[in-house]
Design a protein around this ligand. Structure first.
Ligand code: AMP
Length: 195
């Protein structure tokens, strides 16, 4: 986002905003999100279509958490056609299951700065800096073990088939998502031919 001045379009963030604002759409999405299930495709497609038509997406965008199943991938196509854009790549960030569990169960957001932290991986001084400034380390409602287990089942059943889908479309780039953020970012830009 910062280096290429592109917006990150995250359906999860957009849905959480709708839930927090208690809009009709947010109210429809909340139960599925709390259970770690997917929100219905029509809701998510509506959100994405509206977001991608905004001016800041005209030069490109990064999709985060979307598409989550084959129907969404298929329905994305006419949305992209309408705005005259196409996908350059689909990135698979490959992470070992044990590490993934720690990233999810340990994830916290500083209520003061919005910074994303992790109780297992962030330096202790970064965690302390949040609380010392009067902030709180907030855990996402769906980052508890039961919901995470379901989110991973949903991933296996519904999202994993997208790997083959984008491989066949010759768009798949697979990189290791393990290790430090800077190292992952370097792998990402190399895989996308930007480095
Ligand atoms: P995320 O922030 O991407 O982990 O998404 C959090 C939750 O929002 C998911 O567990 C789903 O309930 C919902 N969600 C996010 N993106 C999608 C999507 N593309 N399709 C359906 N549900 C989604």
């Amino acid at each position: 986002m910062a280096e290429y001045n592109l917006p990150q379009v995250s359906t999860g963030d957009l849905l959480r905003e709708a839930v927090a604002a208690a809009t009709p759409l947010g109210q429809r999405a909340k139960a599925a999100m709390d259970a770690g299930e997917l929100v219905t495709d029509d809701i998510v497609l509506g959100i994405i279509a509206e977001r991608l038509e905004r001016e800041d997406c005209a030069e490109g965008f990064i999709l985060d958490g979307f598409p989550r199943n084959l129907a969404q991938a298929r329905d994305l196509e006419p949305v992209l056609q309408k705005i005259g854009q196409s996908l350059d790549a689909a990135v698979l960030l490959d992470v070992d299951l044990d590490i993934l569990m720690k990233r999810l169960t340990g994830r916290r957001t500083c209520s003061k700065t919005g910074k994303l932290l992790n109780i297992f991986f962030s330096p202790q001084e970064d965690l302390d800096a949040c609380t010392e400034q009067g902030g709180e380390l907030i855990q996402r409602a769906d980052d508890n073990e039961d919901t995470i287990a379901n989110r991973l089942n949903v991933y296996r059943e519904q999202t994993e088939p997208l790997i083959q889908h984008y491989r066949e479309a010759d768009l798949l780039k697979t990189i290791s998502g393990e290790g430090e953020m800077d190292a992952v970012y370097a792998r990402l830009t190399a895989a996308l031919g930007l480095a």
